[in-house]
Design a protein around this ligand. Sequence first.
Ligand code: NAD
Length: 469
Amino acid sequence: MQSEPNFFQTVNIYIDQAAALTNHPQGLLQYIKACNSVYHISFPIERDDGSIEVIEAWRAEHSHHRLPVKGGIRYAANVTEDEVMALAALMTFKCAIVDVPFGGGKGGVRISRPRYSPRELESITRRYAYELVKKNFIGPAVDVPAPDYGTGPREMAWILDTYQTMTKPDPDVYGCVTGKPVELGGVRGRVEATGRGVFFGVRQACEHAEDLKPLGLAPGLAGKRVVVQGLGNVGYHSAKFLQEAGALLVGLSEYEGAIYNSAGLDVDSVVAHRRETGKILDFPGAVNLASTLEVLELDCDILVPAALENQITIHNAPRVKARIVAEAANGPVTADAAAYLARKGVLIIPDVYLNAGGVTVSYFEWLKNLSHVRFGRLQKRFDQTANTRMLLAIENLTGRNFGPEVFQALASGAGEEDLVNSGLEETMIEAYNAIREVSLRRRVDLRTAAFVLAIDKVAMSYLELGIFP
Ligand code: NAD
C-alpha cells in the first residue's frame, strides 16, 4: 500500500506550498513554520479500582507572535506529539485568517474518554491543568485552552477552578480558558460556534454561482444533499444549522456505524434515537451502512467530515462522490487525497478557515472575561427604547400599525447571543471573501490561498514587532 504523509507532514506541506508563493525572507518563513515550544508531561492518576495509571499529555505553543496562544485540548486514545504540534500550527494560521489576535496552541491527553468515569476524568483534567500552571503553559496572557475532540464546558470549568486555586488573585482569571459554562464566565453561543461557523462558511461558498457551475451545482443551500461524519459538538451543530437552512441530510455517521436515507434524516431525531438505543444504527426509515467509512463515499453534494483527521485518504478518495468537501474537522483529508480531489474538480473548503468559528467565539469570550461585562449589557435597553420611539413615530405618521410580533422583532435590542452570532457571521463571511479573492488572483485552491493570507499576516506581525528588521 502506498504510504501517505502523516497529519504533521501534511500541515507542513501546506505551509511550504503557500510559503513558496510569498516573498518573505527564508529565515522568517522557517521561523513561522517552526513550533516555538512543546511541553510533554507524564503523570499518574488513581483509577476507581485503586490501580495507578500513567497518563501522557502535551501542550504545544506553535507561535508566540501574538500572545496569548490559543487552542483546544483534545482527549483521544491515539494523540501524539506530532499531532498536537500539527494542530497547534493550524491554530496559528486559523487565528490569522479570521483576524483573531492570538498565536496558535493545542493540547492533547492520550486517553480514550469512554474508558474513564467522571471522577477519573476530573482527576486527569485537574492534574493536567496543574502541570500546565506549574510550567506557565496556561494563563489569560500566555496560553488559553478551549474544548476540542473529547472535551467540553465541564473540563474547562475544572481547568478554571484548578488554575484559580493555584494562582494569585487576578481579576482576569476567567480569561485563562474559554468554552466555559456561561455561569462561570462563558459566552452565550460558544458551544455551537464551530458548527455555526461551518454553516456560515459552507453557505458563503455556495453563494457564488460561477464557483458552483463547474461543480454542476446551483447556488444556495436549499435542497443540497449533505453527509456528515461524526455527531459530536462540531458535526451535530453543523448538521443542525445546514438542515435549518434547507439542506437535506442524507447520511450521518458515528464511530459505531452510519445510516443513509435519500429522503433526508432529521438530525435531532437521529441524536435522540442514538441516546435511547446507544447507537445510530437501525434508525426508522434509514438504511444501515456496512462500515462507518462508507458514509464518505455516499452520493451527495456536500460532504462534511467532522470527526478526526485522515479520514479521506488516497485509498478512498477515488470513491468520494461529493462535489464539495467541507472540512469541519481538522485534517480530515490527507494532502495526497486533497490533490487527487482537486484534480477531479472537487471544491475543498479547508479546515484552517472552515472550523475557525470556535476560536472566533473563544476570542469573544476572552474579551468578555477581560472587560468584565456581558456583551449588550450597556446598550440593549437603550437600543430597545430608541427603536420603540422610532417605530411609534412611524406608526403615528403613517396611521398604520406593525402588529405586535413585527413591532417586537424590530424594537428589541441585541443581547449577548445576538451579538456573538452576528460577530461570528461577519468574521466567517469576510474571511471567506478574502481567501476567495487570493485564490482567484493567484489561481490557487482555497487552502493554499488561506495559508498565503495567513503567512502574510503572521510575517507582518513579526515585522511590526521589529523581530525581523
Ligand atoms: P467531539 O468529541 O465533540 O465529537 C467528535 C465525534 O466524532 C464524537 O461523537 C465521536 O464519537 C465521533 N467519531 C469518532 N470517530 C468517528 C468515526 N470514525 N466516524 C464517525 N464518527 C466518529 O469533538 P468535536 O469538538 O466535535 O471535534 C471534532 C473535530 O472538529 C476535531 O477534528 C476537532 O479538532 C475539530 N474542531 C473542534 C472545535 C471545537 O470547538 N470543538 C473547533 C475547531 C475544530
